[in-house]
Design a protein around this ligand. Structure first.
Ligand code: C2E
Length: 845
């Protein structure tokens, strides 16, 4: 094994490790023992003690105070031609004052001091100035953790090439003079046989101790001199110096001649310490960044692993490369069954190729696709999921992966179907209820309009039903209603609709009538059919019926008006003696004239400041405290008195006046809120209704922003109430408007929830914060199990979508108790307060 192999350089990692942990302090490397002597000790005795102790310095102490230090370097100052000088007191030859460093000084800093102050020894003291030891340059070279640097540098980079060997016959005094003048700590002695020897400061100290006279260097030098090739690295040299316990090696040129003598001092002064320092810093930072990114990676892995949503990641060719545990839970496939395969293995076959084509078009254009999709589990079962696919690109924009995140929405769909059934059908008779009827009526009218036909609405009321109910009990009443429903159905064609409006009221919609008389014929058939006695248990019941008829388009084109007109006609039939039908006549409805008059007056109402807002509190059920106010529009008509919004809003929408009126409402409510804030009630939220027509206005979001800015309204305290039907136009534009509003910081609530037709899962797409359950569901919540079930289901669903819930129209403590039990957060209704003028609004104390 040659020397180079013996000092093989450390592996890269070991070097880096040494570097990073190299924040060593002087205190950690200093040797505890200090050789001390009194100032009057003879120099040769001091030298003897140093030689015996193998140390390079002795501290001169007087009265326990260091007054100087005598080192091997100081030995050079001794006159070797006159050995008498060896007997002088050390005080005459020592260096003073003693330079000190503290224990906590870093090795880097110490190395710089050694180099800049040309020192080779420092006395180390602790925080209280107590002596702890002597630190030498050699200690630094051995402990600094600079291996990486030494490894990079070759020996030839520090060779000075100024070596002047002395002939073996030269006298010791000459050698000392050369060392002194050349500021060297050793001289090389060239022997006549071509070999070399070395005489060092340490040898001089020994010679002083021996009181050696003037002898030739050939006799005194150590030989042979240890040498190394000029190609070796500084690291290699350092290892040699340490292992051989020497402080100098000769450097041999490739041609065999002696190039120089190098020592620990040369190694230290050849180092670019600032560079080393920077390198250490950079490496430390790299290490920290690496640690941080490993931590982030670990975190991301944990999130994916514990996510309740299924996650699937593919490569750019759509081959699955990883799935999370939720994926396995939801689809039934283990990772090893899907990795490497295409996600199409989950296809249910329910969506056609066109669906997937559109998905890919959107994915490549926008980088993301979201929607509902039916997939197939491993068991073969189909299930609906809400799926988001994101295309992932690297820094250069090259597509690298797709990530799909999905949740099983079967439960939501089931709830939705359940609620829809509860919401659209009368549980007693199984007939459509008012909501579904209105829907069907719209369809029937559109159909009739298209076919240029008529349609009819028949309002049916059982005469004196209440008497039966009160005298024979609900059970009997219910049986009777079920039989009535069955007979009504039997009187109609398949395309016609019969609905129960509640109590003993039914409505029939006859679609596509060619002759209005057909409506009268059907009415007669119904009256006849219901006139036949009904057997319920032991009772034979006979009921009579009154029917009112309105015809589309003759009596109105508006479904609500048609129902109202049929209702009016039905009352006329009752007035006329019951058990008959009446066709609607316009004169029956004096209100239509009123309507016209109102329309022109509304134009002037804004300018005349006839509009006012009333406020109704929303109460935090758990805290029993007013948490918000809803602003409700009123019109103080000079003759008609207070006109309710039901009469104002449709008119305002028809005439387009809703835009300025809507802005007035918002501004007035915000100004009112400013007054409450001044009074210390800034915590109250303000809810403002937005109409569909207003929402369609292009400048709507800008208007809201303007009002907020003008009035200083804290956006988070403002909630805009929207209705389901507004959202169901469902376009990207609507989502854009909602997101624009959200960006302003306002909250969004969905009003009258349950009366629209929305897909509940679809709601997930909208940035809604709050859901207001329509008061129709609340009205009978304490009497009707069905309504209670609907309210409960809506509350649960809203919570599962992360929405808070407001119950509207709470009129009794019993209703409130049920809502509280179901976890409903807020309630509003006459039980707490009617809508009142701002001055009468009771602020929370
Ligand atoms: N039976 C009963 N009713 C209760 C109870 N508690 C509150 N109400 C009524 O329920 C309605 C609640 O407002 P909404 O559902 O947003 O319904 C509002 C809202 O959709 C609309 N509206 C009111 N003000 C405005 C407005 O400034 N702009 C627009 N676009 N619409 C408005 O008119 C609708 C009716 O408003 P109002 O007649 O003031 O009727 C109010 C309120 O008086 C209760 O315990 N029992």
């Amino acid at each position: 094994m040659n020397e180079t192999d013996a000092y093989a350089e450390p592996a890269e990692d070991a070097v880096l490790g040494a570097l990073i942990s190299s924040e060593v302090t002087v205190g950690q490397i200093v040797r505890g023992s200090i050789l001390e002597c009194a100032p009057d000790l003879a120099i040769h005795e001091a030298a003897r003690r140093m030689s015996t102790a193998h140390v390079s310095s002795i501290l001169v102490v007087e009265d326990d105070v260091p007054v100087g230090i005598w080192t091997e370097r100081d030995a050079l100052a001794i006159d070797f031609d006159h050995p008498d000088s060896f007997n002088r007191p050390v005080h005459d030859a020592m260096s003073a004052p003693v330079r000190t460093v503290t224990r906590d000084l870093g090795l880097q800093a110490l190395a710089i001091r050694f180099r800049d102050e040309h020192m080779r020894h420092y006395l180390v003291v602790d925080e209280d100035g107590r002596r702890c030891g002597i630190v030498t340059q050699t200690d630094v070279v051995l402990n600094q953790g600079i291996e990486h640097y030494l490894k990079l540098r070759k020996l030839d980079s520090i060779i000075k090439g100024s070596l002047q060997p002395l002939p073996e016959s030269a006298l010791l005094g000459e050698a000392v003079r050369q060392m002194r003048s050349a500021a060297q700590d050793a001289v090389v002695v060239a022997y006549a046989d071509g070999s070399y020897g070395i005489l060092t400061e340490r040898d001089l100290t020994r010679l002083i101790a021996e009181r050696a006279g003037s002898r030739s260097v050939g006799e005194l030098a150590s030989r042979p001199m240890i040498t190394v090739s000029e190609d070796a690295s500084l690291y290699h040299v350092r290892c040699m110096l340490t292992d051989r316990r020497v402080r100098h090696v000769g450097v041999m040129r490739r041609d065999g001649s002696l190039a120089d003598l190098v020592s620990f001092t040369d190694i230290l002064s050849g180092m670019e310490l600032a560079y080393v320092h920077e390198l250490q810093h950079a490496l430390r930072e790299r290490d920290m960044a690496l640690n941080a990114s490993q931590r982030n990676l670990h975190l991301a892995e944990k999130v994916i692993e514990s996510s309740l949503e299924g996650i699937l990641i593919t490569d750019e060719k759509s081959r699955i490369i990883s799935v999370n545990p939720a994926f396995t839970r939801l689809t039934g496939y283990r990772p090893d069954e899907v990795i490497g395969r295409n996600p199409s293995l989950l296809n249910s076959g329910r969506q056609g190729p066109e669906f997937y084509r559109e998905m890919w078009v959107k994915l490549s254009a926008e980088g993301q696709w979201q929607g509902e999709i039916w997939n197939r589990r491993k068991s073969g079962e189909l299930y609906p999921e809400l799926l988001t696919i994101t295309a992932i690109k690297d820094r250069d924009g090259t597509l690298t992966n797709y990530a799909a995140v999905f949740s099983d929405i079967s439960q939501i769909k089931e709830n939705e179907a359940h609620i829809r059934h509860l919401a659209y059908f009368d549980p007693l008779t199984g007939l459509p209820n008012r909501r579904l009827l209105e829907d069907r009526l719209q369809v029937a009218l559109a159909h009739a309009h298209r076919n240029r036909n008529r349609a009819a609405v028949l309002f049916i009321d059982l005469d004196r039903f209440k008497r039966i109910n009160d005298s024979l009990g609900h059970e009997v009443g219910d049986q009777l209603l079920m039989e009535v429903a069955r007979r009504l159905r039997a009187c109609l064609r398949e395309d016609d609709t019969v609905a129960r409006m509640g109590g003993d009221e039914f409505i029939v919609v006859l679609s596509d009538l060619t002759d209005p008389d057909d409506a009268a014929h059907t009415a007669t058939r119904i009256i006849e059919s219901l006139r036949r006695p009904v057997q319920v248990d032991a009772h034979e019941l006979t009921v009579t019926t009154s029917v009112g008829i309105s015809i589309f388009p003759d009596d109105s084109c508006d479904p609500v008006a048609l129902i109202k007109n049929a209702d009016t006609a039905m009352y006329r039939a009752k007035d006329e003696g019951r058990n008959a039908f009446q066709l609607y006549q316009p004169a029956m409805n004096a209100r239509s004239l009123e309507h016209l008059a109102l329309e022109s007056a509304l134009h002037r109402a804004l300018a005349r400041e006839e509009l006012v807002l009333h406020y109704q509190p929303l109460v935090d059920i758990r805290a029993g405290r007013t948490a918000a106010a809803e602003a409700l529009l009123r019109w103080r008509h000079p003759e008609l008195g207070l006109v309710p919004p039901a009469d104002i809003i449709p008119l305002a929408e028809e005439t387009g006046l809703i835009v300025p009126i809507g802005e007035w409402v918002l501004r007035t409510a915000c100004l009112q809120h400013a007054r409450w804030r001044e009074g210390g009630h800034g915590e109250l939220r303000m809810l403002v209704n937005i109409s569909a027509r207003q929402f369609q206005d292009k400048g709507f979001t800008a208007m809201v922003a303007r009002v907020i800015a003008d009035t200083g309204m804290p956006a988070a305290q403002l909630t805009l109430e929207l209705t389901e039907t507004m959202l169901m136009e469902g376009s990207e534009r609507i989502i854009g408007v909602l997101e624009g509003l959200r960006a302003l910081g306002v909250r969004l609530a969905l009003d009258d929830f349950g009366t629209g037709y929305s897909s509940l899962a679809y709601l997930k797409r909208f940035p809604i914060d709050e859901l207001k359950i329509d008061r129709l569901f609340i009205r009978d919540i304490d009497r009707n199990e069905n309504d209670a079930a609907i309210a409960e289901a809506i509350i649960k669903l809203a919570h599962s979508l992360g929405l808070s819930v407001v119950a509207e129209g709470v009129e009794s403590a019993a209703q409130l108790a049920i809502l509280a039990r179901n976890g409903c957060e807020l309630a509003q209704g006459f039980y707490f307060s009617q809508p009142v003028e701002a001055g009468q609004f009771v602020l929370p104390s």
